[in-house]
Design a protein. Structure first.
Length: 143
């Protein structure tokens, strides 16, 4: 087998071996992107090789927690591992959500190893115009 080595990848692999796989009490960090798209925030987490039943999404007040566990694949007795670089264990990310987001209407989708959460902006936080009443309306209110 011919393998090309990358010294930086090798350093990452050694660091992961020293730290060890993430556990439920001390998970590894999960990479993510976050951006605004129209009237919602989108957060995308990289969780390749994880089944949907191994992903846990919780919101408590304004704290969003996403945990995922990548489990080892079952191997037959006659299989000898030559190289293992894909990290296993528990990965997690916590985000503090602004009060202007509607945590009751968060949606989640999982495709091609990417978990995408869409968090709508709350109606009360959207900009709106305030109409100015006429003089007659002002007198009725104050009178």
């Amino acid at each position: 087998m011919l393998m090309r080595t990358d010294p930086f990848r090798e350093l990452d692999r050694m660091a992961q071996q020293l730290v060890g796989p993430g556990t439920w009490s001390k998970p590894s960090v999960m990479p993510m992107d976050a951006y605004r798209e129209g009237d919602e925030y989108v957060v995308a987490f990289d969780v390749p090789g994880v089944t949907t039943d191994a992903i846990d999404i919780d919101v408590e007040r304004n704290m969003l927690t996403v945990k995922a566990e990548r489990r080892p694949t079952a191997k037959a007795d006659n299989v000898k591992m030559e190289l293992s670089e894909r990290p296993l264990g528990v990965f997690s990310r916590q985000l503090v959500l602004a009060d202007t987001l509607d945590t009751e209407r968060i949606t989640a989708a999982y495709e091609a190893g990417v978990l995408t959460l869409r968090i709508p902006i709350a109606e009360r936080a959207k900009p709106r115009k305030i109409a100015i009443g006429g003089q007659a309306e002002h007198q009725q209110i104050s009178g």
